[in-house]
Design a protein around this ligand. Structure first.
Ligand SMILES: Nc1ncnc2c1ncn2[C@@H]1O[C@H](COP(=O)(O)OP(=O)(O)OP(=O)(O)O)[C@@H](O)[C@H]1O
Length: 888
């Protein structure tokens, strides 16, 4: 499963719940996935068809959404299409029913009207799942109810044995129940992921709806231009869209607009330009809601509070779907909350009306709280969050000091209680401000002792206080007759009142909102907060890397234009970030990056490698920077010096020091162990291990000298080689030791294995050293092998001049790997070839670490095996995850 994830999507790991959902789908179980926007729900229905080679049907509410998904999937080398009126290719229908597409998208209307014969043919070809995307549209309790979604249950009777999958980012418990019932799901597997979009910064501000505000917004945006990334500005009315769009356009900012009164063609053009990064800003109504699949939107600004908290979560969730830090600003006016009646206009049932009103109230709360906004959102969606300070919203970051508002809170709550009956917030506010309006006089409220006691604060100040009291549950706001908000004092509030008197109140500390401090709605905007975004996106970049990142983004845009697709469909911003940070120089390194899939590598790999190399040179940046993922050295021919230098960097200081003392200073193992400069002597065995590891890592070792020191004779070397052959494995030392005479020690075995690991064949085996610790110049003795056909010494003799052998010595492969005659079977040396590696890796689903691969292919040198692995990786035949190689 992981292999296909890497091959098609470029990712090396599943995100939470993806694997579980996929496994359940494969077992044909219905599933409901409620996972945050941008959490990777799509993958749950995209991967199964590739795993089982059947078609996945995906029902999606909007043509534009389907078109974008199909475009991206095609860029990933996946056969995908959509059925619908906008489909211009006449052959799609016929090909679809033959099962030619792995993913087939359609609207709910289309799904319900498709002929029986289409379904039966496609069923014959194979349907692996029926996914309902944006499944909350099925529920009257959802914020986006669509009648046509309700019809989908009809398909259960046709698509027998096909698992149904509901996917949504926003579903309260009620909505979840509705989805399950409506789709007639049978004991579904339910995955409820976190709603927390940790990369999003949330902020809210009360605004004064004025041209001054919009101009300020444009100013602020212009300051961060070029760094702020694609932005959506959502407006609540078409009039606002047109006004905001005009100001942005007049300021020379590449902007587009999108609303329901535009022609389809104009909407499509606007949408297309935005996803192709031709526009910096899209000013839109909710019509540009879930239809936008662009993962690199960096800011979502709401000019006016949306009609529900679900809508806000969904729209703000368009931002930063690729996981990069992004910003969501909401500017609201109080009049936004007086629209309940308007929003209920099209509702059909009392249930729907209540749902609409409750969601609007929740949105209002979200705007007016002074506590953590993230926590509020999470609580609303039923997720318990332990933190009260997320550190990534305006309320958590702002230094809102608490003030004692006991007197004012007492007055307001006492006034609400005195009014009795069901009044909105205006009534107690007006009473406190000393109003003598008709409604006050008619109700005799001017005679209340509290009348006029709150003159020193504006009406808005009192309303803000009221919202604070609501969010701290001293007061409550409830709807009467669905639309009219009525304020009352909660039990907690009543307890407070009873503990206080007119002239003495226990302290009540609450943070003041900006409008309580500034007095009025504020036409200024955020004061540089939009700028903050640009910095966070470039976290971890040096100046030059940031330049490279932007040039690569530009390169991707140009490439996308040539190919006729959206830049994000070529690869995500995260991938471009990795490219700018790591700057791979070879295909293997490129393949190893998260986000790089086979299609990208094959289609654009060379182009990006060449671009990175050229741009990095111009910016004086080295290639192959430090990656989080360790990358094997791409060695074809590496000189001894290079390799040793490399290895030295990898060795721990103590080991490196031991190796230097032994090889450069000529000290013996014993001398090193008890070297006077050492704070405490170490065991000779430890020194020996250090030296063997240094050799494994590529440091030059004079094996003649080493063998002399450890008493490894030629006979012993041969005996060990034979024992390994008999045992059939090099994995464990004990069985090898048991197969040998007593006098042959573990040290001998380890030395012999290390020599083999270092690519030494018998041919290269240092002859005199394997003699009897005599001198190196001594003529080689002839040692009979078990079959007494030929001798190691005779073969080894020919290389006598190369007694000092380094691993990774750059010797021609053939020369190093050659093992003559019977020695080959005798020693079980396995020579690496690309096919051989692939065949062998096929046996290990969980992959094999490099160490084991080298150990298995003991007939080849480390660098040649790594070079082969690199080639295979670059060709997307194998891939590496957590330093383990697997077949793709
Ligand atoms: N396992 C993964 N590793 C890394 N990135 C992933 C993984 N799965 C998905 N993604 C990426 O996450 C981003 C969001 O994924 P996706 O579009 O599936 O989100 P979604 O949950 O369907 O969001 P929405 O509710 O907005 O439709 C995409 O860029 C996708 O490529």
């Amino acid at each position: 499963m992981e292999s296909l994830l890497k091959k098609y999507f470029g990712y090396s790991e599943f995100r939470p719940y993806q694997k579980e959902v996929i496994n359940n789908i494969l077992q044909k179980r219905d599933c409901l996935a409620v996972m945050a926007t941008g959490s990777g729900k799509s993958l749950c229905y995209q991967l199964p068809p590739l795993l089982v080679d059947k078609t996945a049907i995906v029902v999606s509410p909007l043509i534009s959404l389907m078109q974008d998904q199909v475009m991206s999937l095609k860029q990933q080398g996946i056969r995908a299409e959509y059925l619908g009126s906008a489909q211009t290719d006449q052959s799609v229908n016929a090909r679809a029913q033959k099962g030619e597409y792995r993913l087939l998208f359609m609207t709910p209307e289309r799904a319900c009207s498709i002929s029986h014969s289409f379904w039966s043919k496609l069923l014959q070809a194979g349907i692996c799942l029926f996914a309902v995307d944006e499944a909350h549209c099925i529920s009257e309790w959802g914020h986006d109810f669509r009648v046509e979604y309700k019809q989908l249950d009809k398909l259960r009777a046709i698509l027998l044995d096909v698992p149904f999958i509901g996917l949504t980012a926003t579903a309260t418990e009620k909505v979840r129940g509705d989805i399950i019932n409506s789709l007639k799901m049978d004991d579904p597997y339910i995955a409820i992921g976190s709603f927390d979009r940790t990369n999003l910064f949330y902020a809210v501000k009360l605004l004064s709806r004025s041209s001054e505000f919009i101009e300020n917004l444009v100013d602020e945006f212009s300051k961060s231009l070029g760094r702020s990334g694609p932005t959506i500005i959502y407006c609540t009315t078409i009039k606002d869209v047109e006004q905001v769009f005009k100001v942005f356009q007049d300021a020379g900012i590449k902007s587009g607009m999108y609303h329901g009164q535009m022609t389809n063609k104009a909407k499509q053009e606007s949408h297309r330009s935005f996803i192709r990064d031709e526009l910096q800003v899209m000013v839109a109504t909710i019509a540009f809601g879930m239809g936008i699949d662009k993962p690199n939107v960096r800011q979502v600004i709401h000019y006016g509070c949306p009609k529900s908290l679900e809508t806000y979560y969904q729209e703000s969730g368009r931002c930063g779907r690729d996981g990069i830090a992004s910003v969501c600003w909401l500017y609201y006016t109080r009049s936004d909350f007086a629209k309940a009646e308007f929003y209920c206009g099209e509702t059909k049932s009392e249930n729907q009306r209540r749902a609409v009103v409750e969601s609007l109230m929740a949105a209002q709360r979200y705007c007016t709280i002074t506590t953590c906004r993230r926590k509020f959102l999470l609580d609303y969606f039923g997720e318990t969050s332990s933190t009260t300070n997320c550190g990534n919203c305006d309320n958590c970051l702002g230094s809102k000091k608490e003030h004692d508002v006991s007197r004012e809170a007492f007055l307001l709550m006492a006034c609400i209680l005195s009014c009795k009956g069901s009044w909105g917030l205006n009534m107690p506010t007006d009473i406190l401000r000393g109003s003598r309006a008709k409604k006050i006089m008619d109700n005799q409220f001017h005679k209340l002792p509290l009348h006029g006691l709150g003159k020193d604060h504006s009406a808005n100040w009192w309303k803000s206080l009221a919202y604070q009291l609501i969010s701290h549950v001293y007061t409550l706001e409830t709807y009467i007759n669905s639309f009219y908000l009525c304020i009352s004092v909660s039990t907690k509030g009543k307890q407070y009142i009873s503990s206080a008197r007119l002239d003495h109140h226990p302290p009540l500390l609450l943070p003041l909102t900006s409008e309580m401090i500034n007095g009025e709605e504020d036409p200024t905007i955020t004061g540089g907060d939009l700028n903050g975004l640009a910095t966070s996106e470039h976290e971890g970049f040096s100046e030059a890397e940031s330049q490279l990142y932007h040039s690569l983004l530009e390169e991707r845009t140009n490439l996308a234009r040539r190919v006729g697709t959206a830049p994000y469909a070529i690869c995500g911003d995260q991938t471009i970030k990795r490219l700018a940070l790591i700057r791979p120089s070879t295909k293997a390194r490129l393949a190893n990056l998260d986000g790089v899939n086979q299609h990208f590598l094959m289609t654009h790999g060379d182009h990006f490698l060449e671009t990175i190399s050229r741009l990095a040179k111009g910016l004086n940046l080295s290639l192959d920077g430090e990656a989080n993922i360790p990358v094997p050295p791409t060695v074809n021919i590496i000189s001894k010096v290079d390799l040793t230098a490399n290895s030295q960097r990898k060795l721990a200081p103590a080991k490196l020091q031991a190796w230097k003392m032994w090889s450069e200073d000529g000290l013996s193992i014993h001398q090193i162990a008890s070297f006077p400069g050492r704070s405490a002597p170490i065991k000779p065995q430890t020194v020996l291990e250090y030296l063997l590891e240094a050799a494994q890592q590529g440091c030059n070792v004079n094996w003649t000298r080493f063998s002399e020191e450890v008493g490894l004779t030629n006979e012993i070397f041969m005996d060990i080689t034979r024992a390994i052959s008999k045992v059939g494995s090099r994995d464990k030392l004990k069985p090898i030791k048991d197969a040998l005479p007593e006098e042959i020690s573990y040290t001998h075995i380890k030395t012999c294995l290390t020599m083999q690991n270092c690519g030494m064949s018998l041919e290269m085996a240092p002859s005199p050293c394997i003699g009897t610790a005599a001198n190196d110049e001594e003529a080689p003795r002839k040692v009979d092998d078990a079959n007494s056909k030929t001798t190691a010494l005779e073969v080894g003799n020919s290389l006598e001049g190369e007694m000092s052998v380094s691993c990774g010595d750059g010797l021609p492969l053939g020369k190093r790997q050659k093992v003559d005659g019977p020695e080959q079977s005798l020693t079980s040396l396995v020579i690496a070839t690309e096919d051989g590696i692939v065949d062998w890796l096929k046996n290990y689903d969980d992959g094999v670490p490099i160490h084991d691969i080298l150990e298995h292919f003991n007939g080849s040198g480390e660098e040649s095996v790594i070079a082969m692995l690199n080639c295979l990786e670059g060709d997307f035949v194998i891939y590496k995850k957590n330093n383990v190689y697997r077949i793709l």
